[in-house]
Design a protein around this ligand. Structure first.
Ligand SMILES: *Cc1c(COP(=O)(O)O)cnc(C)c1O
Length: 417
């Protein structure tokens, strides 16, 4: 690990916080005392406004309005209305996005739709090291389709070569969940189109963290979750984008009543709705979805270029401080050092990463562990201060120096890491 020349001193770090154009956003969230929260890329912090929305939805709309709330409180419109808001965060038009289901289910729908638009092609290009649920979902789809399709796994450097004219769909996650590298959405989508393939982008680690321009990139389909950098709440529904040019042809396989042209005509046979509504399936978890609007609204207030700028600085500061104060420990930087090719997270590898992370969490520095050996530190610019990064690295240094991580109970694996 090399030592950085220009690591700021603590007083300079405090100046960065004082001059931070996003400083006021921290007060819009609940951050527990004595906690440095570096896991907003797994579950974002709770927006203050979420509690009020939750109370209103339960105490007024559900308990008093009952079934009339589907109309009167706008429950039925929520997937499209919130999809319209999310569209503004990902370079899509309002009628191209619905909030619905989970990322895995939406990925199933998107890839199935895309495959149906390229019936004479066999291959789906995916990054094998991606978050595994994406692989599992597409493997299940391939099986369901009678094994007429096949996944062609390619790691980042191999993707261009993997996109040949036998490819139906290129299905990638924009920012890698573990190592944090960012794919060039525009370039890869162009390459896919030049080969006659369609693109499906997963924005789980992008939305709310860095600029995304789906239509500017020519993307065909996209999915993403809202409980990470959008701070939508545990298990908040995901979103699904379909470019308008595919709206009349694309058919997804989970053709439930919410995607029917006339859901309340209760006809026997299926007929797809016009527009993005055909990507819906059925009744949604309204409590979760309603509450998620709080986080989406906060994200809409924050200029994404400013968010990205701070995110890159937080990451650079983290790596510089590690380089300066943790040089003698066996920590390996497992994310890109160049901020422009790194998402809103830092990854460090160590053979005892799990135990070290448990020791950090015990000391109020909450990140997470990703097998086999990576500590992930999510950097959420809306509620993280530069001084928090400084403090986190001090705690890490103390844990390494004292070998506090060797306490046997830190090695005991919990169900969720
Ligand atoms: C977080 C994440 C998911 C989550 O999927 P769920 O269906 O919400 O469990 C999927 N894919 C990627 C790449 C993720 O980062």
């Amino acid at each position: 690990m090399t030592q950085s020349q220009q690591t700021p001193r603590l007083d300079e770090i405090r100046d960065l916080d004082r001059d931070d154009p996003l400083a006021a956003f921290r007060a819009k969230f609940v951050i527990p005392d004595n906690t440095i929260y570096l896991d907003g890329n797994s579950l974002g912090a709770m927006p203050q406004a979420a509690a009020e929305i939750g109370r209103r939805t339960i105490e007024r709309e559900w308990s008093q309005g009952l079934v009339t709330s589907w109309n009167a409180a706008g429950w039925y419109e929520l997937p499209r209305r919130l999809g319209g808001k999310i569209a503004g965060l990902i370079g899509a038009a309002p009628g191209e996005v619905v909030m619905t289901d989970t990322t895995g289910i939406d990925l199933f729908k998107a890839v199935a739709s895309a495959l149906a638009l390229r019936p004479d092609r066999r291959f789906i290009v995916m990054e094998g090291s991606n978050f595994p649920t994406n692989n599992y979902v597409v493997q299940g789809l391939v099986q369901l389709l009678g094994d007429n399709h096949q996944i062609r796994f390619a790691e980042a450097a191999e993707i261009n070569d993997a996109i040949q004219d036998d490819v139906a769909v290129v299905c990638l996650t924009h920012v890698h969940y573990k190592y944090g590298h960012v794919h060039d959405m525009r370039e890869i989508t162009s390459r896919a189109h030049a080969a006659g393939a369609l693109s499906v982008w997963d924005l789980c680690h992008s939305v709310g963290a860095l600029p995304v321009d789906l239509n500017g990139s020519g993307a065909d389909f996209a999915v993403g979750c809202t409980y990470k950098f959008l701070n939508g709440g545990p298990g908040a529904p995901a979103f699904l984008f379909t470019a308008r040019r595919h709206h009349n042809q694309a058919i997804q396989p989970l053709t439930g009543w919410w995607s029917h042209a006339e859901p309340f005509a209760f006809k026997r046979d299926y007929r797809p709705a016009a527009g993005i509504a055909r990507m819906l399936s059925g009744t949604q978890p309204i409590l979760s979805m309603a509450v998620a609007e709080a986080g989406i609204d906060v994200a809409l207030q924050a200029p994404i270029e400013t968010v990205r700028d701070k995110s890159m600085r937080l990451g650079d500061l983290f790596l510089a401080l590690i380089g300066e104060t943790c040089i003698e420990f066996d920590l390996e930087v497992a994310c890109p050092r160049d901020a422009r090719s790194r998402g809103s997270q830092v990854a460090l590898a160590h053979p005892h990463a799990y135990s070290i992370m448990q020791a950090l969490i015990d000391r109020g520095v909450i990140g997470d562990f990703r097998a086999p050996d990576v500590m992930r530190f999510g950097l959420t610019p809306l509620y993280l201060r530069y001084e928090d990064v400084w403090q986190a690295v001090q705690v890490l240094r103390e844990v390494m120096e004292t070998e506090a991580w060797r306490r046997p109970d830190y090695a005991e694996r919990l169900a969720v890491t």
